[in-house]
Design a protein around this ligand. Structure first.
Ligand code: ACO
Length: 371
């Protein structure tokens, strides 16, 4: 662990038994299970079980939990009516921030419970998908009970049952994105919960933090970058020119990882399975050029790919439009947010750090003339 620095780098907030991010070695475990163990085998529902209750389910997907989420994902008429308060056509993540705040009421009061967590996990994709369809002038689709959480999310968006390949690719993405320790959005949520505020308020704050490109707002910019590069042959020239203009390469660099982000490695494998070969060739060329250029330019910063790079390639291949990339990240992360909310409340103390004051010395006199 390095010296504490700006942006709370290396500052220990407290204890957590949920997720271990081993930044120096590129490790990521949920409750002791390596992400490389989970991605090929676990369902999203299985990971929800693991994150919320600390233990794997007895069978995966866990039937009771899957049934519970299935029931909770249906939007009742009174909530559906409240959705009309969110005007159509907003930027999708901003709409999502508003949609989540439509949840709430006495049943969401502090302290957060696993039932509230499941409600958040189940309702978030439905609210998002119904809003997207409504904005496009389309009616919501009827529930398809045979579809699991992630496949149903895709179905709700498109109105078509996704192929098993696409559904599984997106499910693996959501497994990888389900939690990530004390990232900015989870920290924001934990601050809110530490005031004894409710889970919905915490999730709304978390979405606000997720929006920025230094956190969850990067993946659509990765796609824009791959478009701008255009061909694999152009990657090196494009990357060098972008860095010369002092631009950041999206999908590269991470506060915690000083080696490859393990999710980037796994997402590349998923991308190889489902992405268009031409797109993949450009992505691989940008990866090579970017890692090499950043190593030449800032070797001590140890900048490698992060989750957003091949995350974007996978989301494209699944057929999601760019404005849904960060909202889909949020859909996946609701599991981690719910787990962290409960952990915060279980041993709570108000999070209230201090700052080193650098303003004028106290004692100034108010000599402004009266208007
Ligand atoms: N491209 C170019 N230079 C970079 C990049 C990058 N992607 N990342 C870091 N650097 C450079 C910075 O310019 C900085 O140099 P400077 O001190 O000369 O300005 C140095 O490396 C250290 O960068 P910081 O911003 O201090 O590193 P920090 O740990 O605060 O930031 C972050 C991490 C925000 C992810 C950063 O690497 C970045 O901006 N990446 C691009 C955006 C991105 O991919 N965001 C998604 C992150 S993953 C997630 O949150 C889910």
């Amino acid at each position: 662990m390095g010296t504490p620095g700006k942006g709370l780098e290396h500052v220990i907030l407290g204890d957590s038994a949920i997720t271990l991010v081993a930044g120096e070695t590129g490790g990521l475990t949920y409750r002791g299970y390596d992400i490389g163990e989970l991605v090929p085998r676990a369902s999203y529902e299985g990971v929800v079980h693991l994150l919320l209750w600390g233990t794997p389910p007895q069978a995966d997907p866990p039937k009771r939990l899957a049934d519970d989420l299935r029931q909770r994902r249906v939007v009742p008429p009174e909530l559906r009516a409240r959705m009309d308060a969110v005007p159509p056509g907003l930027p999708t993540l901003e709409a999502m921030r508003s949609l989540l705040s439509l949840l709430g009421g006495p049943e969401w009061s502090y302290p957060p419970t696993d039932r509230q967590g499941l409600e958040l996990i189940a309702k978030t994709p439905t609210l998002l998908a119904q809003y997207v369809r409504q904005s496009g002038g389309l009616a919501p689709v009827d529930d398809r009970p045979e579809l699991g959480h992630v496949a149903h999310f895709l179905y709700q968006l498109t109105g078509e049952v996704p192929t098993p390949e696409k559904a599984r690719a997106l499910e693996q993405y959501t497994v990888m994105l389900a939690d990530h320790g004390m990232n900015a959005s989870t920290f924001a949520l934990r601050i809110v919960l530490s005031t004894q505020s409710d889970l919905v308020s915490g999730a709304v704050a978390a979405i606000g933090a997720l929006k920025g490109p230094a956190h969850g707002g990067a993946p659509s910019k990765v796609s824009d970058m791959l478009d701008a590069v255009g061909t694999a042959e152009n990657a090196e020239r494009w990357v060098d020119a972008a860095l010369a203009r002092k631009e950041r390469l999206y999908g590269f660099g991470h506060r915690a990882y000083k080696t490859e982000d393990p999710r980037a490695v796994l997402l590349k494998q998923v991308a190889k399975r489902i992405a268009d070969p031409g797109r993949l060739r450009i992505a691989e060329a940008v990866e090579r050029a970017g890692v090499a250029a950043l190593q030449r330019k800032r070797p001590e910063a140890r900048l490698f790919l992060n989750v957003e790079f091949y995350g974007a390639v996978v989301l494209e291949a699944v057929g999601l439009p760019r404005e849904l990339f960060t909202p889909t990240f949020a859909v996946a992360r609701t599991a981690g947010w719910a787990a962290h909310a409960m952990e915060q409340a279980a041993d709570n103390r108000l999070i209230r750090p201090d700052v080193n004051y650098t303003g004028p010395a106290p004692g100034r006199k108010w000599t402004v003339p009266a208007a």
